[in-house]
Design a protein around this ligand. Structure first.
Ligand SMILES: [Zn+2]
Length: 309
């Protein structure tokens, strides 16, 4: 009797293990099936696609046993982080984020042989080249969007490389698209956040006259301006990008209100861009009446914003 019950227990354990294994397999198949299919089918060239810019310039092509990037080295370099590479080094490139559409993958049928996919991005490769040249070797990013349609017209991250001829020593951060995966000190652009908060929370903002003598003293700490702007309306202060006025407004508004507006405007949260999760920004709240709080309303202190946000 004891023997039978031991055998039964063993059989139940084995059955449970098989069920758990099946559940794990199905989960992995749904989640990673596309990657598995691409891994095998790319090598046998089943996958056929062309990735183009908005004007039709070929940015990447796969098919007929070959994988190629854009013809021009300048385009390849200026579009490197935007497109990514066939090896997947840039995790946020279009080749990765649109892999399902490009491969024509279907969870039930896998990758159909001979299916020719043609995908156009909204970005203009020539604009990317111009922006990359304007960066002139500096680290940084350029992102241009059509504010009416939301289309991204230019997306450049520097430093970059030509994926067809990668150098033996790679520049730091070359695999990162700074437009979407990094956050930076925003500087004066953050004054628009402070202004939004001021318009909705400070009475008579548009009737007030603000005076700039080149700096303000906040508890013994000097917050400097880039000029001596004298008497100004809020409109003039914005046009002058006056630190004294926006530092003063930050002190009046307080960190909680400024933080609330940074949150409301989506600057402190992650966003989704074609399956890619963008970097979140940050607004640190300093104590009431401090110079750090004044600087935080000017886009300095610990403020961080992702260019895409
Ligand atoms: Zn000023």
């Amino acid at each position: 009797m004891k023997k039978v019950s031991l055998r039964a227990s063993f059989a139940i354990i084995m059955a449970l293990l098989v069920i758990v294994g099946l559940v794990v397999y199905v989960f992995r198949f749904v989640k990673d099936g596309e990657k598995w299919a691409l891994y095998f089918d790319e090598s046998t060239s089943k996958c056929t696609y062309t990735l183009r810019d908005r004007d039709g310039t070929v940015l990447a092509k796969m098919g007929g046993g070959s994988r190629t990037y854009a013809e021009s080295s300048k385009v390849r370099t200026a579009c490197y982080q935007l497109i990514g590479d066939f090896n997947g080094n840039v995790g946020t490139g279009a080749l990765q984020s649109f892999s399902r559409q490009l491969s024509g993958y279907n969870i039930f049928t896998g990758i159909e042989e001979g299916e020719d996919v043609d995908l156009k991005l909204t970005v203009d490769a020539d604009l990317n080249v111009k922006a990359y040249e304007a960066l002139n070797g500096r680290s940084g990013s350029v992102l241009v969007a059509n504010y009416k349609t939301g289309e991204l017209l230019c997306m450049v991250s520097s430093p970059s490389i030509d994926p067809s001829k990668p150098p033996s020593t790679l520049p730091d951060g070359v695999y990162i698209n700074r437009c979407i995966s990094s956050s930076f000190t925003p500087g004066s652009i953050f004054k628009l956040v402070t202004l939004s908060a001021a318009i909705e929370n400070i009475d008579n903002l548009f009737q007030r006259t603000f005076t700039c003598n080149g700096s303000i003293d906040v508890k013994g700490v000097t917050v400097t301006c880039t000029g001596h702007h004298g008497n100004q309306s809020i409109e003039q202060a914005l046009a002058n990008s006056c630190n004294c006025v926006f530092g003063t407004l930050a002190l009046e508004l307080g960190a909680d209100t400024l933080g609330e507006y940074a949150d409301k405007l989506g600057l402190t949260s992650e966003h989704k861009l074609d399956n890619i999760t963008t970097a979140a920004g940050k607004y640190d709240k300093d104590e009431s009446g401090s110079a750090a709080l004044a600087w935080s309303g000017i886009g300095q202190y610990n403020d961080l914003v992702c260019p895409y946000s």
